[in-house]
Design a binder for this molecule. Sequence first.
Ligand code: AMP
Length: 122
Amino acid sequence: MLRFGQHLIKPSVVFLTTELSFALVNRRPVVPGRILSMGICAPGKSRRRSGRLEGQDGPEAGQTVKHVHVHVLPRRAGDFSRNDDVYEELQRHDKEDSPDKWRTEEEMAAEAEILKKYFQEN
Ligand code: AMP
């Protein structure tokens, strides 16, 4: 098991681990393929360029899990009628979180398998 703040994470939902970090699928993705990456990128490991980075540090800023993490949301043309509506959706998403809205472990593990394969092949 890996620790993500107050949560214990089963290996089945983790799709990538490095010496200093790991990445898991989100139990409640706002867009398909939303994932979480934890810890610190190991020097020399491959990094992907991000066009936009925003930080939410602490509960007052909306952070619910006390563990440094990065959300990655793959965007597709037309996924929201107004492109920036995703930010309102994210706020609503965090306010209205409850267990009945979470994906099952099986659903998460299936997505983790696809991503695991992708990272092995690329
Ligand atoms: P934040 O509110 O920015 O700290 O983000 C926490 C994120 O972690 C939210 O998107 C949650 O849906 C997600 N999350 C919390 N617990 C788990 C868990 N056990 N497995 C997968 N995702 C989780």
